[in-house]
Design a binder for this molecule. Structure first.
Ligand SMILES: NC(=O)c1ccc[n+]([C@@H]2O[C@H](COP(=O)([O-])OP(=O)(O)OC[C@H]3O[C@@H](n4cnc5c(N)ncnc54)[C@H](OP(=O)(O)O)[C@@H]3O)[C@@H](O)[C@H]2O)c1
Length: 334
């Protein structure tokens, strides 16, 4: 039977790549976001590849809209198998340049949007005792960086609520799974449409990965949700390990480098669109990729290793056993 999958933030960026990847596997995909141009194009891509797509314009900050979207997805596509939370927004600015209403909006979309999606999914999955929820996270779910305080707060909050929920599901002996995928910098439209008060154009901090790398990680996590968390990209591993070992050192490093590394050399074009209160794609489909195709890599060796860690462990074990056997033969003079 084909899977029924809901993806929030499916009109652009990582969500769009995730929806497309599920569609290519013939899943029946419900696409949630606000931008109707992006939703229409995303649905077109999926149906052209032979998948089934249902675009449902939804603001994830509003639980009633999210719950109604879940209801419609079940009615038109069937019982939910997988729910992927991806939708987000932010304000790129120093903390003291962000207004209270902007902070609230980022939190309502980027944190509560995930809570709403999870609630809508659980209400339907728990009674059936099956289903998987994937939270698309970030290295910044553990490590705050300058100019992104509202976003980092939301990502840390998701990490916390998801961990608590996971404990509860384990306590209940539920077969509903939740897992989180911590992403590295990805080439998506966010750097063109997230509200920015920076003097220069925002950019992802290299190394930059293509959204298809993120999508492969999400599909793998959805198929193997017993693992609590996935880290994608060597930069995510490096950041999370360094932060666990020497967070104070990282504070100083990021204070020195974090402003420069998050901006290009040029200013934003005047009157560029913003997606904080309303979608930015009314006149144009932004797609999955951002402006950094020239710098972004379509592969991650670390992701491959993480997906095949059983194989690598077995290979490493076999190599170690062979080395010990060879050493014993040499010592015994055989
Ligand atoms: N790109 C990166 O470097 C990076 C790194 C680490 C983690 N991530 C994570 O990956 C996820 C996606 O990031 P991205 O870079 O792909 O973002 P993006 O390109 O900005 O796309 C964001 C998506 O969320 C939707 N969205 C925004 N506000 C919404 C709202 N109120 N209701 C419903 N949908 C809304 C947007 O569509 P509409 O505007 O049409 O609604 C769009 O589809 C985020 O959770 C982010 O934390 C990204």
């Amino acid at each position: 039977m084909t899977e029924v999958v809901v993806v929030t933030g499916a009109s652009g960026g990582i969500g769009r790549a995730v929806a497309r990847a599920f569609g290519a596997r013939q899943a029946r995909v419900a696409l949630l976001a606000r931008g109707e141009e992006g939703l229409r194009s995303a649905a077109g891509e999926i149906t052209r590849d032979g998948g089934t797509a249902l675009a449902i314009p939804t603001d994830v900050a509003d639980f009633a809209q999210v719950d109604a979207a879940a209801e419609r997805a079940e009615k038109e596509l069937g019982p939910l198998d997988v729910w992927v939370n991806v939708a987000f927004t932010s304000v790129f600015a120093p903390f003291d340049e962000i207004e209270p209403d902007e902070y609230r909006r980022v939190t309502e979309v980027s944190y509560l949007g995930y809570v709403h999606g999870t609630m809508a999914a659980l209400r339907r999955m728990k009674p059936r005792d099956r289903g998987t929820i994937v939270q698309v996270g970030s290295a910044l779910a553990y490590r705050g960086i300058p100019l992104q305080s509202a976003y980092c707060g939301a990502k840390h909050a998701i990490q916390g609520f998801n961990e608590a929920l996971r404990c509860e599901l384990l306590h209940d002996g539920s077969h509903v799974r939740t897992t989180m995928v911590q992403m590295p910098a990805v080439n998506t439209p966010q750097f063109s449409w997230v509200r920015s008060k920076l003097p220069r154009h925002a950019q992802p901090v290299p190394p930059i990965y293509q959204p298809e790398v993120a999508a492969r990680a999400v599909l793998h996590a959805a198929a193997h949700p017993r693992r609590r968390e996935y880290w994608v990209g060597g930069s995510t591993v490096g950041t999370l390990v360094a932060n666990a070992v020497a967070p104070g050192l990282l504070d100083r490093y990021l204070a020195r480098t974090g402003y420069r590394s998050q901006q290009t050399g040029s200013a934003d074009p005047a009157g560029r669109p913003e997606n904080l209160w309303a979608p930015a794609d009314r006149a144009r489909d932004y797609g999955a990729h951002g402006e950094f195709d020239g710098q972004a890599t379509p592969r991650s060796v670390q992701l491959w290793a993480s997906r095949h860690h059983g194989l690598l462990a077995a290979g490493g074990g076999a190599l170690a056993a062979a080395a010990v056997a060879a050493w014993r033969r040499i010592r015994s003079g055989a």
